[in-house]
Design a protein around this ligand. Structure first.
Ligand code: 2NL
Length: 354
């Protein structure tokens, strides 16, 4: 019996896994195991022999069962240690950078304009980028023979051969949206129309597509004074500093009288500083809406009057962020935009490094 004991305790001690342990359990204390067989032999013994052998066998069985459970627990601990070693997680590592996008500066300025004018009671209106020549030109008092049509470097769409109707155009300004709004809602009206506009022009200061925001306020007694206040209020909010404006007489077919508007700035330091100094920078065109334009929009010019203005979003974005070349926005010259701090343009890596 001592042989049996040392044999199984040795085997259990050196078992490498739970499966081996289970085989040993069956061999030793299973129903047909060695100890069970020995217990069956008790019946053939004399009572005296049985009194010694019985308790000894039971004790051996208990001892082997105890060794089995102890070893099993030991193996489980070792397995857990092994897992903890291989599946460790360093919670002190810095987090991985995420790919980050930002809103394009033109879109930021677009939204900012919308918000500033909204605070002054102007709703935002949008409309089609491909327009009939009526909405883009005729309704704005620019008839077919008018030099402004040629001056505008318009992109025309094609008509089929034999189709004599005038071609549609890529809108050259967002004024058509204002005509449509006049038709739809009538007077009084206070709207701004931000949007993409197109002109066949390309150099240092022009791109074929650019962004414009036009404004329109029509009521019983709107005047140039209201226009001046509105624009000064806008520029002061937009540049975050008091900005003076200067009105210079001008001419547009759709306004009478018309004025070009300059904002106060300082060119002396090599950069443009808005709201300081004695220099002036032209930023927009404006005037009182021409009676013929009111009429084209279905509004009675004997009863209503109003101001209108138009300015370039790209241009005022460049002024605010100090970007010297308009094409930086469109030609994806990442160096420029990075230089000016537009982090959206930092190229993300596979691992999200910055
Ligand atoms: C410019 C000139 C201007 C307007 C746009 C306008 C619109 C309607 C009626 C009358 Cl519906 N006028 N818009 C008026 C004056 C100037 O833009 O040089 N913009 C950069």
């Amino acid at each position: 019996m001592d042989d049996l004991k040392s044999k199984y305790l040795d085997l259990i001690g050196s078992a490498a896994d739970e499966a081996t342990l289970e085989d040993l359990r069956v061999q030793a204390v299973g129903k047909k195991g060695e100890i069970s067989l020995k217990m069956r032999e008790l019946g053939k013994m004399t009572p005296e022999e049985r009194q010694v052998a019985g308790p000894a066998l039971n004790a051996l069985k208990d001892e082997i069962n105890a060794a089995l459970s102890a070893k099993k627990a030991g193996l489980a601990d070792a397995a857990l240690d092994e897992r903890l070693k291989s599946e460790w997680l360093d919670v002190t590592l810095p987090g991985r950078d995420r790919r980050q996008g930002t809103i394009h500066p033109v879109s930021q300025v677009w939204e900012e304009c919308t918000a500033i004018f909204a605070d002054m009671g102007f709703a935002t209106a949008e409309g089609p980028q491909i327009e009939s020549d009526w909405y883009n030109f005729d309704a704005l008092n620019i008839p077919g023979h008018h030099p402004a049509r040629a001056e505008m470097d318009t992109f025309y769409t094609h008509r089929a051969a034999g189709d004599d109707r005038p071609p549609h155009v890529l809108r050259t300004h967002t004024s058509p949206v204002q005509i449509r709004s006049m038709e739809e809602q009538g007077a009084p009206i206070r709207i701004i129309c931000p949007g993409r506009v197109y002109r066949a022009d390309y150099d240092q200061t022009h791109t074929p597509m650019f962004h414009q925001v036009e404004g329109l306020a029509i009521d019983k007694d709107i005047s140039m004074a209201n226009l001046k206040w509105t624009l000064e209020e806008f520029f002061t909010a937009y540049f975050g500093t008091k900005v003076k404006t200067r009105f210079r007489a001008s001419h547009f077919p759709f306004t009478e009288p018309s004025a070009e508007v300059d904002i106060q700035c300082d060119f002396s330091g090599g950069t443009v500083k808005v709201g300081e100094g004695d220099d002036w920078l032209e930023v927009l065109g404006s005037g009182m809406v021409h009676p013929k334009v009111l009429q084209a929009g279905g509004i009675d010019p004997d009863e209503w009057q109003g101001f209108a203005f138009g300015m370039g979003i790209d241009r005022i974005a460049m002024l605010k962020y100090g970007i010297p070349d308009l094409r930086a926005f469109f030609e994806s010259d990442l160096r420029w935009l990075k230089h000016y701090g537009f982090s959206a343009l930092q190229v993300p890596t596979v691992h999200g490094g910055s």
